[in-house]
Unconditional design. Structure first.
Ligand code: A2P
Length: 282
């Protein structure tokens, strides 16, 4: 079994360290979340990524308590639901997430979507800055922010986000957003790092998997890691959870990296941040 100590950490722009591989629980049903996260913690994951809008934070919290792991060994991210942007709602929503997770201090809190049509993300970010200054959260960041949204935050607020979590996988790499994120000193975190499974059959991926005697998922995750990206693959299967952490016994060649990078297309799986105005309330 891969031990957590083999997963490298990435130092964020405020010095906080995040394990480069985490377990994502998007689309994990509420009633399975505790079990999946417990399995993940047993396999060696020490970084868990959830969101208020996944409606499974309580399961993450229950798994953490059941694991008995020391709090300081874990890195827990959650995200503000779209309907909760704005000064008053954001603070209440943060308290609710903290309560659901059963954690006094969160490691990373993200604005889930910019929702430019609502024009509340600057005001929301001011609340995030306060939460960080109060010590309620160790690092603050954003998700799904395009260059124009990042530029607006950089111009109008004081704290540079630590992370931009975006859809990023071989067939959807959004190079302009990655470039804008990195050049502002913000860490790039990939959601749907495996393209929700759909990028695993590409020839360039299968060829590299054959050459290194690893699985296509390990190739795609290794490509992400060699690009410096933080990844949060999701799986509900224990053997895949283990395999998705076992990424440090091989290295892709430059040619293999380039062949996978050449798979880029304009086809996203998730929503378009420029247009997304979904409340995430249910
Ligand atoms: P499952 O949960 O049944 O294991 P992403 O992280 O890009 O969203 O991808 C998650 C999808 O990829 C899920 O459907 C998951 O299925 C599948 N998946 C995760 N790990 C692997 C793996 N090692 N091999 C094949 N499919 C995987």
């Amino acid at each position: 079994m891969t031990s957590s100590s083999t997963v490298p950490v990435v130092a964020l722009n405020n010095g906080v360290e995040i394990p480069q591989v985490g377990l994502g629980v998007f689309q994990v049903p509420e009633d399975q979340t505790q079990q999946v996260v417990e399995a993940g913690l047993e396999c060696g994951y020490r970084h868990i990524d959830t969101a208020a809008a996944y409606y499974n934070e309580a399961g993450v919290g229950a798994a953490i308590r059941a694991s008995g792991l020391p709090r300081e060994e874990l890195f827990v991210t959650t995200k503000l639901r779209n309907a909760d942007q704005g000064r008053d709602k954001a603070r209440t929503a943060f308290e609710r997430s903290r309560e659901q997770l059963g954690l006094e201090v969160l490691d990373l809190y993200l604005i889930h979507w910019p929702m430019p049509g609502k024009d509340l993300y600057v005001e929301t970010w001011e609340v995030f800055q306060e939460l960080q200054a109060e010590g309620a959260v160790r690092a603050i960041g954003v998700s799904n922010f395009l260059p124009e949204h990042l530029n607006r935050l950089l111009a109008d607020t004081d704290v540079v986000p630590a992370v931009n979590q975006i859809e990023l996988h071989p067939t959807f790499q959004q190079p302009a957003t990655v470039e804008a994120t990195k050049s502002a000193g913000i860490a790039v975190e990939a959601y749907s790092p495996l393209g929700q499974g759909k990028d695993l059959n590409a020839d360039a991926v299968s060829r590299a998997a054959g050459a290194h005697a690893v699985t296509p998922a390990q190739v795609v995750l290794r490509w992400q890691l060699q690009n410096g990206t933080i990844v949060i693959p999701k799986s509900t299967h224990r053997e895949r959870l283990t395999a998705n952490l076992d990424l440090f016994g091989f290295e892709l060649t430059e040619a293999e990296m380039s062949a996978i990078t050449a798979l880029d297309s304009a086809e996203r799986i998730g929503g378009n941040p420029a247009a997304m105005e979904w409340s995430q309330a249910r």
